[in-house]
Design a binder for this molecule. Sequence first.
Ligand code: ADP
Ligand code: MG
Ligand code: MG
Length: 209
Amino acid sequence: MAFDTETATAWITAAEAAVKTDEARLTGLDAAIGDGDHGANMVRGLAAGLTNIAERGPTTPGDVLVAAGRGIVAKTGGAAGPLYGSAFRRAGKALGDASSVEAAELGAALEAALTAIKELGGADEGDKTMIDALAPAVAAFQAVAADGGPIAAAAAAAADAAEQGLAATVPLQARKGRASYLGARSIGHEDPGAASTALILRALAEVTA
Ligand code: ADP
Ligand code: MG
Ligand code: MG
C-alpha cells in the first residue's frame, strides 16, 4: 500500500485520537519531570493540525503533513509544539508534490523530520527527548524499506523501535528541555516527548497496516 493523501490524513487523525486517549498518561509523565502540560499540548496541537487540514483541503500527502505542521506550530506552546510542527512540515516538504509515495520516500521524509527536530532543538540521541524514540524508529523504518519491505512492515518496525526507545529513556538523565533542570532527578522516568512520538508512530503503523 502506498502512502497517499487519504493515508496521510488518516495518520494525523489517528495520532490525534491516540494522544487524546493517552492525554492523562502524557501529562503524568510531564508532571514527573516537567510542567505537566504535555498531554494538553499534544491534544491541542494535533487537533489544530487536523483543523488546518480540513480548512486547506490538501491534495497530496506532502501537503497534508505541511498543513498539519503549520496547524501545530500556530496553536501549540511549549517546546513540543515548534518541534513537532517543524518535523511535520519538513516531512511534508520532503515528499514533494507526489500524489503517493512508497516506503523509501516515506522513510526519507521521516529522516527529514528527525533532522528538523535536531536542528531546531539542538538535542541528539541520549539527551532524553523525543529524539530517543524517533531516531531508532527512522533507522528501523529505513532498514525495512532498504530491504524492499512494504510501508506497513516498515511502519510496524518503526513503532516497535520507538516504543523500545521510549523505554530506554528511563535510565537517562535529561540534557535538553525542562527536564534537564532536574539534573539527576530526571533519571527513572520515561520522557514525555518520546512517549508522544511512540504514539504517533504507532498510529502510522495502524493506518498503513
Ligand atoms: P514544555 O517542556 O515546554 O512544557 P512539552 O511538555 O509539550 O513542552 O514537551 C516536552 C518534551 O519536549 C520533552 O519531553 C522532550 O521530549 C521534548 N523536548 C524538549 N526540549 C527538546 C529539545 N531541545 N529537543 C528535542 N526535544 C525536546
Ligand atoms: Mg511540559
Ligand atoms: Mg510547558
